[in-house]
Design a protein around this ligand. Structure first.
Ligand code: NOJ
Length: 598
């Protein structure tokens, strides 16, 4: 019945939707003008694509803008801020999941893939948001969470009800009479155990994440067909793509053998290399993606430089882009629950990582770059310096980095204001399942809770999820109610209203750097060359395309340093910098960023 209704609705809607869609497509996807990509620039770049030139801006809907005073951000809230979003110069908005969900993991546990989460609004609100975005030439990318669903999804309710239910094989079950299956680690389980015994049918089910996030069984062709149909449902509505949650995890060896010794401890890498992952992605491409002009980006959990191209080489017909974890994982103590090495991170290593990843996509595929998102702390706290005298400068410096690399920038809402970590003192202030369960896990093991809490102040995910700071009114103008997560007290000065009026604010710097990238194809397609590679303080590189050459100098330290690039800057033209006066000839002030045309 449900399927029939959907089919009818889709059919009816299609006639009018198709017409509007075509209009939108025409407006947004102007015929690609060939770009003469010179030198060793990305060969695949000859096929100019709208998504390669785009700036992606990520919104965590729960924390962006509340329209009805319940303390939770919602779709109408986002719609009310579309003019602000347009003013940023961005092109694509990635929305974290907005589907129906009991919110065990803030929407990453979906109970209905074709419904909207009640707290966020209705399908009509979604349609209005999408229309409002398309009217402004903004594109909408949704979050596809199909490694697992919620245990409250109808499929799982059916599946767990009996061993011979038609939905049984939608999930991974292991009959308890065979004994306990070989260990698999769960990221969010208090005991770290990914197998949960379900009394009703005396069987274990698999959950790589929380107990309320059972893993879907992609071996089952019926499940795969349902997922592709669901994707087409959203594409037919007009959505412009999907960010794909832990997509490399979808394929498993369903005999569930003992973990190979070489992966000991490296669960993400093991989970990310399922035997049929590329078969499924090619099938997904054929059944859904290839039918639309959309973009896809994989959350590249467990993906390394060696296998990245298997996901995004255009000739393989899988996905367009992926984002890796190597950069954001730098600096943790090994085998710790995100505890940072007190020595800090090495800029030389940081440069090596990003340079190596640039090289992966030098001839095929296309890269992405990010320093913050909803799973990370605030970029300025983690990678810059959020002490009052350095917060703005270092935040602008990091933004400069993100917008001058050869990769699509994925920029997290709030970073354009220089928002920083809230740094909760007490576990009671956290809402994130990861922090709460890891705290419990540490406690159960008799671990050092003070060390854990101190580390969470820098690395906990809720730091990146505090409400967006609109103005200096109560709760930063985010809500008239009680916010679901505390607002950072610095909202009195760090907010859109204040920064809009300040030509030198992080916000206005962000707008300038976005425009610079978009106006200069050399910053999008140009060849990247790392300079002064062993310099422990400065990240320096050039970008080159068709006779143009840009030099980027970034001081990652809170002291004056010098860049030794061997390039004479006396004739160079400063295109943009985060100081009113740039330092001469490679001398850099603390956290200085400078972009020169050579
Ligand atoms: C990755 C998502 O980004 C994260 O927020 C979520 O908790 C896990 N996948 C599980 O879906």
């Amino acid at each position: 019945m449900r399927k029939l209704l959907i089919a009818l609705a889709t059919l009816g809607g299609l006639l009018c939707v198709a017409a509007c869609r075509e209009e939108n497509r025409k407006a947004m996807n102007e015929p690609a003008k060939p770009v003469a990509v010179g030198g060793e620039a990305n060969a695949d770049g000859n096929a100019r694509k709208w998504w390669k030139e785009a700036v992606v801006y990520q919104i965590y809907p729960r924390s962006f803008k509340d329209s009805n005073g319940d303390g939770i951000g919602d779709l109408k809230g986002i719609t009310s801020k579309l003019d602000y979003l347009k003013s940023l110069g961005i092109d694509i908005i990635w929305l974290n999941p907005v589907f129906s969900s009991p919110n065990d993991d803030n929407g990453y546990d979906i109970s209905d893939y074709q419904g909207i989460m009640k707290e966020f609004g209705t399908m009509q609100d979604f349609d209005e948001l999408l229309k409002g975005m398309h009217d402004r030439n903004l594109k909408l990318v949704m979050d596809l969470v199909v490694n697992h669903s919620s245990d409250e999804h109808e499929w799982f309710k059916q599946s767990r009800s009996s061993r011979d239910n038609p939905y049984r094989d939608y999930y991974h079950w292991w009959p308890a009479e065979k004994g306990k299956p070989a260990a698999r680690r769960s990221f969010f389980d208090v005991n770290g155990d990914a197998w949960k015994l379900d009394e009703k049918t005396n069987s274990y089910y698999l959950h790589y994440f929380s107990q309320k996030q059972p893993d879907l069984n992609w071996e089952n062709p019926k499940l795969r067909e349902e997922i592709y149909a669901m994707m087409r449902f959203w594409f037919d509505k007009g959505v412009d793509g999907f960010r794909m949650d832990v997509i490399p995890f979808i394929s498993k060896d369903t005999t569930f053998p003992e973990m190979p010794a070489k992966y000991n401890g490296d669960w993400g890498r093991f989970y990310g290399n399922g035997p049929h992952v590329h078969q499924y992605l090619q099938e997904m491409n054929k059944e859904a993606l290839s039918k639309y002009d959309v973009m896809t980006v994989a959350e590249g959990a467990g993906v390394t430089t060696e296998d990245a191209l298997d996901y995004v080489d255009a000739d393989r017909h899988e996905l367009n882009m992926l984002y890796h974890f190597e950069g954001v994982s730098l600096g943790y103590l090994p085998d710790s629950l995100k505890i940072l090495d007190p020595k800090g991170y090495s800029l030389v290593e940081f440069k090596n990582i990003y340079s190596k990843w640039d090289g992966v996509f030098a001839n095929k595929g296309w890269g992405t770059i990010y320093l913050g998102n909803h799973d990370q702390p605030r970029m300025v706290t983690r990678w810059g310096n959020d002490a009052p005298q350095w917060r703005e400068l270092s935040s602008k410096m990091l933004t400069t980095f993100l917008f001058t690399m050869r990769a699509v920038p994925y920029y997290y809402a709030g970073d354009e204001l220089g928002m920083n970590n809230i740094k909760f003192d007490r576990i009671e202030d956290y809402r994130d399942i990861e922090s709460l369960n890891w705290y419990q896990q540490t406690k159960n093991k008799g671990g050092d809770l003070q060390q854990f809490l101190a580390a969470q102040k820098i690395t906990g995910r809720d730091n990146g999820r505090t409400p967006f700071q609109w103005d200096a009114t109560t709760n930063a103008g985010f809500t008239t109610g009680t916010p679901w997560l505390k607002v950072n007290p610095n909202y009195m000065t760090v907010n859109v209203a204040a920064e809009d009026n300040d030509a030198n604010s992080c916000l206005n710097y962000f707008r300038r750097v976005v425009k610079l990238r978009k106006d200069n194809p050399v910053l999008i397609y140009g060849k990247y060359t790392l300079l002064d590679k062993d310099n422990p303080n400065v990240y320096a590189y050039t970008r080159e395309l068709d006779g143009r050459k840009i030099l980027v100098l970034l001081n990652f330290k809170d002291k004056p340093v010098s860049a030794n690039t061997g390039i004479d800057l006396t004739e160079a033209k400063l295109l943009l910098g985060n100081y009113l006066t740039a330092s001469p000839n490679g001398q850099l002030q603390p956290y200085e960023a400078a972009i020169y045309e050579l």
